[in-house]
Design a protein around this ligand. Structure first.
Ligand code: SF4
Ligand code: SF4
Length: 445
């Protein structure tokens, strides 16, 4: 007899993206109809994003009021509303494997996106926005960076970008930095590495495109926190984008190309006993969870996954090993902290909150909802309004008590929270990344 709901720990099947049937539309429709029917009977996820309300409206407006009344061409409307945050799988669904119903809604959506990409339906805008590494390299050329930052804030230029590229004119875009993190990161002092039982005593820092090109200060603050704790570090010798933006497009060939650049380098650090840290949750998740499901037969991918840590996950483990300083000198007051979806689904708990609560004179309010930006999805013209609607409860909750700081592990979500809160008329709070808050609390400049 089929059990109602799972009592076992969820497992996830590898993604069969090399199998030609993966791209077969009829096979996709058949599997989508099966899963949509289970979701129609369940409807637990209706408030998570736009994909589920789109599906349920299609069912309710159809001839039969069942999934068989939905036209197959309309399935793509559901696919387009999913930004692969993984929340439905990781936090809501009782029917994920090993339950025999085997519901993996995000991977069904990923398959749909891959079919669209494979058949050339992806737009130039989508390919451009997901080329974070190439865009960053171009935009941070010294003579270009000022012009790009000016254009990103000039209403006329933004209107032109919306008309030609489909990038929403109202969406705040992050500025590019005049110098990258990788160019400016100071070398570590040669402290002896002290390995703990739970985490290695030396760190390799994977910069990430965002920290490297947009907010190098976050990376600099991570290095200051490591230095304060006498943890020797290196900046990863060479790196490319983690591949998450390309995954969200269903562009598996690009994901594989990027993986082939990153994994041999990172596996070398893993073999040498380094913890690998990346300060953007989506990038950490890509190495920890997505690449192992895409390349299950590559032992180096698993090696890197095992050595990859969220920075706060790492710091909490160091604390448990008795190897972290807690000599905080500056209270932070009231901090509104947002835990992003891609941190939640790493299944490591709320490590950033835990660390911020160490700081005397600091009270932390945690907001655990999607802020609606979701990679490149929330800056697209056709999704911007929906994205702001999804984020609205977060914008309100983050600012309603007049906090001293608002903070999110995801720097892009942090920017969206500031934009959304301003749109809601909330008093402007100081936004800082949690690593910056830790650096401030340690009294480091
Ligand atoms: S992965 Fe996220 S965006 Fe996609 S359907 Fe699930 S909750 Fe919605
Ligand atoms: S993904 Fe799972 S929990 Fe969500 S609506 Fe579908 S069956 Fe229900």
């Amino acid at each position: 007899m089929t059990r109602e709901g799972n009592l076992d720990a969820p497992t996830r099947h590898p993604v069969a993206w090399r199998d030609p049937e993966f791209y077969d539309r009829d096979a996709f429709y058949k599997e989508a109809e099966r899963i949509f029917d289970i979701c129609h009977g369940c409807r637990r996820c209706v408030s998570l994003c736009g994909a589920f309300p789109t599906l349920f409206d299609l069912v309710d407006d159809g001839k039969t009021m069942e999934v068989d009344g939905v036209e197959k061409k309309d399935y793509w409307k559901v696919v387009d509303q999913c930004y692969l945050c993984d929340l439905c799988y990781m936090t809501k669904c009782p029917y994920v494997p090993p339950h025999p119903w085997n519901v993996d809604f995000p991977h069904l959506m990923l398959r749909g996106k891959a079919i669209k990409f494979d058949s050339g339906e992806t737009t130039f805008r989508d390919r451009l926005l997901t080329s974070t590494d190439k865009l960053g390299k171009l935009a941070t050329i010294p003579v270009v960076v000022k012009a790009v930052n000016w254009a990103n804030n000039a209403p006329a230029a933004r209107a032109a970008m919306q008309a030609t590229l489909g990038v929403a004119a109202e969406a705040a875009l992050p500025p590019y930095a005049p110098a990258t993190f990788r160019e400016t990161a100071p070398a570590s002092l040669a402290w002896p590495a002290r390995d703990g039982d739970r985490a290695p005593g030396r760190v390799a820092v994977f910069a990430t495109c965002y920290v490297n090109y947009n907010e190098p200060g976050i990376g600099a603050d991570l290095l200051k926190v490591l230095s304060h704790n006498e943890i020797p570090y290196v900046i990863v010798a060479s790196e490319a984008c983690c591949g998450m933006p390309k995954l969200e497009l269903g562009d598996f060939p690009s994901v594989e190309r990027l993986k082939n650049i990153n994994i041999p380098v990172l596996a070398g650090y893993a073999r040498d006993g380094y913890a690998i840290l990346a300060a953007v949750p989506s990038c950490t998740l890509m190495f920890k969870q997505e690449l192992p499901l895409l390349f299950p037969d590559d032992p180096d991918v698993q090696l890197v996954a095992d050595a990859m840590f969220d920075p706060f996950e790492y710091l909490v483990l160091r604390d448990k090993d008795g190897l972290l300083r807690k000599d905080f000198t500056r209270p932070l007051g009231n901090v509104s902290y947002h835990i992003p979806c891609h941190s939640r689904v790493q299944n490591v708990g709320q490590k950033t909150r835990e660390a911020l609560e160490w700081i005397p004179g600091t009270s932390v309010k945690t907001v655990e909802r999607c802020a609606g930006h979701d990679g490149t999805w929330g800056v697209k013209k056709e999704y911007f309004a929906m994205s702001m609607k999804i984020g609205k409860p977060v914008f309100r909750q983050m600012t309603q008590d007049g906090p001293d700081y608002v903070s999110s592990d995801c720097p892009i979500a942090g920017r969206r929270i500031v934009q959304g809160a301003a749109a809601e008329g909330a008093a402007r709070a100081r936004k800082e990344h949690p690593l910056t808050l830790l650096r401030i609390a340690y009294g480091l400049d």
